[in-house]
Design a protein around this ligand. Structure first.
Ligand SMILES: *[C@@H]1O[C@H](CO)[C@@H](O)[C@H](O)[C@H]1NC(C)=O
Ligand SMILES: *[C@@H]1O[C@H](CO)[C@@H](O)[C@H](O)[C@H]1NC(C)=O
Ligand SMILES: *[C@@H]1O[C@H](CO)[C@@H](O)[C@H](O)[C@H]1NC(C)=O
Ligand SMILES: *[C@@H]1O[C@H](CO)[C@@H](O)[C@H](O)[C@H]1NC(C)=O
Ligand SMILES: *[C@@H]1O[C@H](CO)[C@@H](O)[C@H](O)[C@H]1NC(C)=O
Ligand SMILES: *[C@@H]1O[C@H](CO)[C@@H](O)[C@H](O)[C@H]1NC(C)=O
Ligand SMILES: *[C@@H]1O[C@H](CO)[C@@H](O)[C@H](O)[C@H]1NC(C)=O
Length: 452
């Protein structure tokens, strides 16, 4: 109220000082003694409320009839500021101007605001300086598209598996934007063990006990209905020491065959992966060996392969796959033993006993890493390792003969013989590794095949 009174006082003062003469005897409130009925000025239209994004230009219109010698002024209510009077700009704000449309019967006074700012919002009054001032209002709403303040928001993070991570996003705008979080591959966000969500609302998000599965890019998306919606991509890297999984720890291969050994690793950052013999010397690619490391999905998984060509007696023994990264190191052992060449008979399959090996002691700490590999469906068949069909069997015949002789009186032979076996009688004292080959008549088939 006092604001309004101030306006009126200011307004009248301005009219007096701006040299505008008025024939109205408004100060006394008595009309001039005349028979002519002078029509009072009147507004002919309401002021439209306007919503405008910051930065635009806007004009507010105030339409009046019978203005006569009265004047129209524009004011900003909340700022208690007189902006314009008649054709004059009173405010020092250079973005304000006033025009009016002379040709229209109902004169329209336009208040122009260029490059609208948030502080321009509020109630605009159009006032006529009649005895009792006539006033009408219009609202200017200034909206500001959302903006993410980088300096107050999280940037890419690298954390250790198992730690808690808080990501923040500070968004400004008018109206106040809402912030939503998503993963950029649209997978669920694991807030904690019991809460998985596709979307999370809030300026920050805390992921407790982060796992490697939580690794990836997160998007914070700020929106307030004013386009454009903005987003920030925050990459979360989860570091952990390497882990190994070996599908076949025992691999049998006949002399002169080729064979492939395999290890699966998980590590972040990416581990240095290599193979060694028992002497610890790194195996390099050569005529004898070819190493392969294929990055899987997700990228912290790697499939390591060691191809060994034309197996010689000295090639039997142990091999190690090694994975190292700045968080730690691990290795796993694969034993290569002599086996008999495959048969073409579909007869009883050879079986191989192996156990899944977890060489990493932190297995229980991994929230859903390598255990995916478990399932016992891995082909542990002999043919999975020995695929070559053109080996030189002839030179291997002696070995086969020996094994035949040993096994003639039994349906189960152990090859190579193993004294460590506890529940099945071993026949010799030579100790190698644990492999059982169940055979009956196929031994003969095998012998026949190898003669071809
Ligand atoms: C104002 O008064 C003057 C003299 O007093 C007169 O000449 C003029 O016509 C009047 N103007 C109006 C708009 O009444
Ligand atoms: C402008 O908005 C105000 C309140 O926000 C409302 O009372 C008024 O009727 C609106 N005017 C128009 C022309 O829509
Ligand atoms: C992580 O958050 C959980 C739950 O809020 C808390 O119990 C735990 O102590 C936190 N761990 C660390 C390393 O701060
Ligand atoms: C998981 O997070 C939600 C949201 O922060 C919380 O309400 C809930 O208690 C948490 N659950 C556990 C088991 O920590
Ligand atoms: C893993 O957890 C199981 C059950 O909680 C426990 O029996 C086992 O000893 C743990 N293994 C390791 C390597 O900590
Ligand atoms: C072993 O692999 C090499 C190269 O791929 C091939 O030339 C050779 O024939 C293979 N040997 C056997 C016995 O299959
Ligand atoms: C040997 O294998 C044949 C065919 O695979 C089978 O019918 C037979 O029962 C087996 N003999 C023994 C003793 O297991």
């Amino acid at each position: 109220m006092s604001g309004l009174q101030t306006f009126e006082a200011l307004f009248l003062m301005l009219l007096a000082t701006s040299g505008v003469s008025s024939n109205t005897t408004s100060k006394t409130g008595t009309a001039p003694a005349t028979n002519v009925v002078v029509e009072e000025p009147e507004f002919t239209d309401v002021i439209e409320n306007v919503t405008v994004p910051a930065g635009r230009n806007v004009k507010l219109a105030c339409s009046v009839k019978n203005l006569g010698s009265y004047k129209v002024a524009w004011m900003h209510f909340e700022q208690s500021a007189i902006l314009t009077v008649h054709n004059h700009v009173i405010t020092r704000n250079p973005r304000i101007s006033v025009t009016h449309d002379k040709h229209d019967k109902h004169k329209t006074w336009f208040l122009h605001i260029s490059n609208v700012q948030e502080e321009d919002k509020g109630r605009y009054m159009c006032q006529i300086n009649t005895v009792t001032a006539k006033t009408q209002f219009g609202y200017l709403h200034v909206v500001v598209p959302p903006n993410i303040d980088d300096s107050l928001s999280s940037s890419d993070v690298i954390v250790r598996e198992g730690s808690n991570v808080t990501l923040k996003c500070r968004a400004t705008g008018s109206p106040t934007p809402t912030v939503k979080w998503k993963r950029d591959d649209n997978s669920k966000i694991a807030i904690n063990r019991s809460l998985n969500v596709l979307e999370w609302e809030g300026n920050s998000i805390e992921i407790t006990k982060i796992s490697r599965l939580d690794m990836g890019a997160y998007l914070c998306i700020a929106s307030n209905g004013v386009p454009p919606t903005v987003s920030k991509r925050i990459k979360v890297s989860v570091d952990f020491p390497p882990m190994l999984w070996i599908p076949h720890q025992l691999v049998g291969v006949p002399l002169y065959f080729n064979v492939t050994l395999e290890c699966f690793t998980e590590a972040h950052p990416t581990s240095l992966n290599y193979w060694t013999r028992e002497d610890g010397h790194m195996i390099h690619d050569s005529k004898k060996y070819r190493t392969e490391s294929n990055v899987g999905m997700p990228i912290y998984k790697t499939h390591m392969r060691l191809h060994i060509y034309n197996i010689q007696q000295t090639d039997y023994g142990t091999y190690k796959c090694v994975a190292k990264n700045p968080r730690g190191e691990t290795d796993g052992t694969i034993r290569l033993y002599t086996s008999t060449p495959p048969t073409t008979s579909p007869g009883p399959p050879t079986t191989e006993s192996y156990s899944d090996l977890w060489s990493n002691r932190n297995l229980n700490d991994s929230a859903g890493g390598l255990p995916h590999h478990h399932g016992g469906q891995h082909s542990n068949s002999y043919s999975g390792h020995v695929v070559d069909k053109n080996s030189k069997y002839s030179s291997n015949l002696n070995e086969i003969d020996r094994s035949e002789q040993k096994s003639f009186d039994t349906n189960i032979i152990y090859w190579p013989p193993d004294t460590n076996r506890n529940n099945q009688g071993a026949t010799t004292t030579t100790t190698r590794s644990t492999l059982s080959i169940i055979l009956n008549t196929s031994m003969l088939l095998l012998a026949r095949f190898s003669l071809q």
